[in-house]
Design a protein. Structure first.
Length: 95
């Protein structure tokens, strides 16, 4: 997180509201795979905290494995920071 973002960090209630709105908006958009995987990782970190689940081992679970690995890299990130990152990423134009 950058210093200029800290100064405009919304209140917890406002952040939760923005996050819920972003979750709803994301469900109706089609994102490139890499963006979708990051969104799901941020969402999981925001809602569940650090990833303590076992890595999917079945070859047929490629998407779940990608999300698991991306989520694992967010270990230690605060829920509020994960929500901010999710919101920012969800607002980027789809190219």
């Amino acid at each position: 997180m950058y210093l200029d973002e800290i100064a405009i960090m919304p209140t917890r209630k406002a952040l939760d509201t923005e996050f819920e709105m972003a979750l709803h908006q994301v469900s109706s958009k089609n994102f490139p795979l890499d963006v979708y995987v990051l969104l799901m990782a941020y969402k999981n970190q925001a809602l569940h905290g650090d990833n303590n689940s076992k890595r999917p081992e079945r070859f047929s679970m490629v998407l779940e494995t990608l999300i698991h690995d991306a989520w694992q890299k967010l270990k230690g990130m605060e829920a509020s920071e994960a929500k901010v990152e999710f919101i920012k990423l969800s607002r980027k134009p789809i190219v």
